[in-house]
Design a protein around this ligand. Structure first.
Ligand SMILES: Nc1ncnc2c1ncn2[C@@H]1O[C@H](COP(=O)(O)OP(=O)(O)OP(=O)(O)O)[C@@H](O)[C@H]1O
Ligand SMILES: [Mg+2]
Length: 457
């Protein structure tokens, strides 16, 4: 900005100086030219009076008029219509007869390298107007004119230059102090430690214009801090949780190496396999959790039919339910019920809840999932008649790695954390209650009403 303004000021300064010089020369020439014309007229008049004599004698009056102070000199020349010199300085150039006129003509000439201002006029001789005339010329050196031009120029240009320089300086100072806060801010940000995500401090010197920027920047820092925290926690949790299955796999593999009996080796390898499966299930869950966490790119949101999503989720658990003789029921809503979201994520969320219900309900129990709709908003309910969840645990089961006490089932405690993340992304609400009659657990997932305009026809 400063550079641009300086270029603008410099251009204005050059332009202003040139204009000032032209104006000064104009002012200075005016009076001198008028006087030069008067003197030339007097010369013409004198020459006309003496025309009969055929020669010219300059009188005292003209000599007084031609007198100049400060070293300026005046030259004169008079010729007749035929170009014969009547008197004066022959070196003064006389225009061609066709270029002559009765009105005084002004011009600039040089004689012997000295610049002069020249006035030329013609004087008719009364006796025979039109054919007999004299040309009177008067030339003047430029010393006084230059001095006056110079004085006027200095009077105009100096304040102008001073004003421009002062304005530039003021601007430079103003911008400098205005931007100093920004420079300080830049230094503060640059000098931060790489892991320092604390908010940038503002004081009363911070300009109002910069405050919204700092606030926005601090908000980004805060988001980054949360993301970094959650990633650090994720890495720590993942390492911690994977240690257990890996340690089991290692122990069982070492055991298998030492065993001779083929049956025993088989049994150990089964344990190795089970440990590897637990580990890979855990990794899959960790990845699912990471996918839905804040800061990760979102899948495209589109209308999803909850009937279809819940049916698919229930179908995945039919095998497990049969294995435990569980009565796995599904009740669809008579009309399609739409929620905005990613179909695979919504299905994964419902599947995790049904998985828990099937897993924690005793053999021969009952698990029912149903889809409901109320004024455009869809709800999925999964209820079971299992052991239920103690009221004190109902918040905590959504935390990562939290597992209910005394659970004999294998699991890592991530299923409901994933449910909570997917629900957050979709603006859905998940709550847990005791089942009908106080036994079992009921999970309810309420989706926000989907915009009816985005429904397929
Ligand atoms: N339907 C249910 N009935 C009883 N307890 C439940 C039910 N659903 C969840 N829980 C309790 O909540 C805890 C957390 O469930 P979550 O699904 O998050 O983890 P998990 O099932 O233990 O492991 P996984 O990560 O394999 O799903 C479970 O350990 C269990 O104690
Ligand atoms: Mg689970």
């Amino acid at each position: 900005m400063l550079n641009w303004l300086m270029v603008l000021f410099a251009t204005l300064l050059v332009f202003g100086t040139v204009v000032a010089y032209i104006a000064a020369a104009d002012f200075a020439n005016g009076p001198y030219d008028r006087e030069l014309i008067e003197t030339t007229r007097a010369l013409g008049k004198l020459a006309a009076e003496q025309s009969a004599a055929g020669a010219l004698r300059i009188n005292n009056d003209l000599i007084r008029r031609m007198a100049r102070d400060d070293g300026d000199r005046m030259l004169y020349k008079v010729v007749d219509a035929q170009g014969r010199l009547i008197g004066g300085e022959p070196a003064i150039p006389t225009p061609e007869p066709t270029e002559l006129s009765a009105a005084p003509q002004l011009g600039d000439i040089q004689i012997g390298g000295v610049p002069l201002r020249l006035c030329t006029l013609t004087v008719e001789l009364e006796s025979n107007p039109g054919s007999r005339y004299l040309v009177a010329q008067m030339a003047e050196t430029l010393i006084n004119r230059s001095q006056l031009t110079h004085q006027i120029f200095v009077t105009i240009a100096v304040p102008q230059i001073l004003l421009t320089v002062l304005a530039s300086f003021g601007l430079w100072l103003g911008l400098g102090s205005g931007l100093a806060a920004l420079v300080r801010l830049k230094e503060a940000v640059l000098n931060r430690a790489a892991d320092d995500l604390s908010p940038v401090q503002m004081d009363q010197d911070t300009p109002d214009e910069v405050r919204p920027l700092i606030e926005a920047f601090n908000e980004v820092l805060e988001r980054m801090r949360k993301l970094l925290d959650s990633q650090q926690r994720f890495v720590a949790d993942a390492a911690h949780q994977l240690r257990t299955p890996l340690a089991g796999v290692k122990t069982q593999a070492e055991l298998a190496l030492r065993l001779k009996d083929r049956e025993a080796v088989q049994a150990s390898l089964q344990q190795v396999l089970a440990g590897a499966e637990r580990g890979s299930a855990l990794i899959n869950q960790l990845l699912a959790l990471a996918r839905h966490e804040e800061g990760h790119p979102r899948a495209e949101m589109r209308p999803v039919d909850l009937n279809e999503a819940a049916r698919n989720a229930a179908t995945k658990h039919v095998q497990a339910a049969i294995g435990k003789s569980i009565d796995l029921g599904f009740e669809a809503f008579p009309d399609p019920v739409y929620a905005r979201g990613d179909p695979l994520s919504i299905e994964e969320m419902i599947a995790n809840v049904i998985d828990n219900a099937v897993r924690y309900t005793r053999e021969g129990g009952r698990v029912t999932s149903r889809v409901l709709a109320h004024s455009g908003a869809g709800t999925v309910v999964v209820e079971d008649d299992g052991p239920g969840i103690p009221a004190a645990d109902r918040e905590r089961i959504f935390e990562r790695f939290y597992r209910g006490l005394g659970s004999a089932e294998p699991g890592s405690g991530l299923g409901l954390a994933i449910v909570a993340e997917i629900a957050r992304v979709h603006g859905a609400e998940v709550c847990v209650d005791a089942g009908a009659g106080g036994c079992g657990a009921t999970f309810t997932i309420r989706f926000p009403a989907a915009d009816p305009h985005t429904h397929p026809a």
